[in-house]
Design a protein around this ligand. Structure first.
Ligand code: CA
Length: 267
């Protein structure tokens, strides 16, 4: 497991030199800390080479008033921006010139500063294999083009809510025959070997284990793990459970399919 706990939201650097920058003499230093409203703003990096789509996303997300959006048009620019100032969330187009969205995603995941930043991938491809590739590369979620701007905004808000540290009560560590999961330390091992999970798989496992021996419907999992229930297909739950089971090896059998109802993690 290489997930890290999300760092506190970073304050945007105050823009220097606006009105009156040319005035002579020293200017008073702005009062610190920044106003409260500023402290709650989250920074989203949108990586999209089609300018009109990038502008639409920026406009939609910023309309809510609590998000600042930076847009870049290439993978190189995204990596540079994320290195200079790690964002709170990345919206990443899969089809970018030169460096693809998948490569950008993998590199962001390898860097400690962005290893746990939620990434929502935009893809024009609808084949399930492409979605799985995107999720495998470390994306938390994907939205298929053409998408509704409102849907994307809802997913961004949900991902940002989940990303706030200290939001959810921490489950105690779980210790089974094969699986040992310490949700506070973000550590999952099977038979002593670390298991590398995406953020979503980790949250899914945590919710299943927290509610072990109870049947959880796909809708409930969507609501609690994904944070919204209107836009994502319930089939996505099956895809994620399948991936999680495979990664957990012998412990994967503890996640049972309850036909017609959902899933259950059994002791
Ligand atoms: Ca594109």
């Amino acid at each position: 497991m290489t997930l890290h706990v999300m760092p506190p939201s970073r304050l945007s650097t105050e823009r220097a030199g606006s009105l009156g920058a040319a005035a002579a003499g020293p200017r008073p230093v702005p009062a610190r800390p920044a106003p409260a409203s500023r402290a709650h703003r989250r920074r989203v990096l949108v990586v999209e080479d089609e300018q009109d789509i990038a502008d639409l996303i920026k406009h939609t997300l910023e309309r809510g008033g609590d998000v600042d959006v930076d847009t870049v048009g290439s993978g190189d620019a995204a990596l540079k921006s994320a290195a200079e100032q790690p964002p709170d969330l990345v919206v990443l187009d899969l089809n970018l010139p030169v460096l693809s969205g998948l490569e950008v995603c993998r590199i962001l995941r390898q860097r400690p500063a962005t290893a746990a930043v939620p990434i929502i991938m935009l893809t024009a491809r609808t084949a399930e294999s492409d979605r799985i590739t995107g999720l495998d590369s470390g994306a938390d979620d994907y939205v298929t083009k053409p998408f509704s701007a409102r849907e994307l905004a809802a997913r961004v808000r949900a991902a940002l809510r989940r990303g706030r540290p200290g939001d959810a009560p921490q489950a105690p560590a779980y210790r089974g025959a094969h699986l040992v999961a310490d949700f506070e330390a973000v550590s999952v091992t099977v038979d002593g070997a670390p298991v590398k999970l995406t953020r979503r798989e980790f949250e899914l496992l945590r919710y299943l284990v927290e509610n072990r021996n109870r049947v959880l419907s796909r809708d409930r999992l969507l609501e609690r793990v994904w944070g919204y229930d209107h836009f994502i297909e319930t089939r996505s739950v099956d895809v994620h459970v399948g991936r999680l089971r495979a990664k957990l090896g012998p412990a994967g059998r503890q996640i049972e399919t309850v036909v017609g109802l959902g899933y259950r993690f059994v002791e």
